[in-house]
Design a protein. Sequence first.
Length: 127
Amino acid sequence: MQKKRVVAVIAALTCLAGYGKLTASTLENKPMPPGDQTVSPGSSQPMLGAVMNSEIDKVRRLAERYQGLDERDTGDKSTPMIAASDTDQWPVVEILIDHGADIWAHDKFDITTAQRTAHQPYPAWLS
């Protein structure tokens, strides 16, 4: 239910802001294997490390200090919000949104969090 609420908020904001159509995403929502992580937990990017390691309390503490909300992964340029949505960490996504993370941030392929979470194209009435 929480995922649907976050996706609905992001989708509504996308419509209101006049951004173009979201395309269907074929990305799987599963945790990133350790070999795929380009940010180590002890690196200079603490928020990304906390998200990738599912450390919700650490994410909350960093967010309350507004640290690393829009950090960029050195590999694919994803943000903590993109990493959290990719791994179905919806409470983390909510924390990041509540503390001002950029919901329009995109990775090196110009894919946003909303596009990653949308598994279907927009219904015709939204086009």
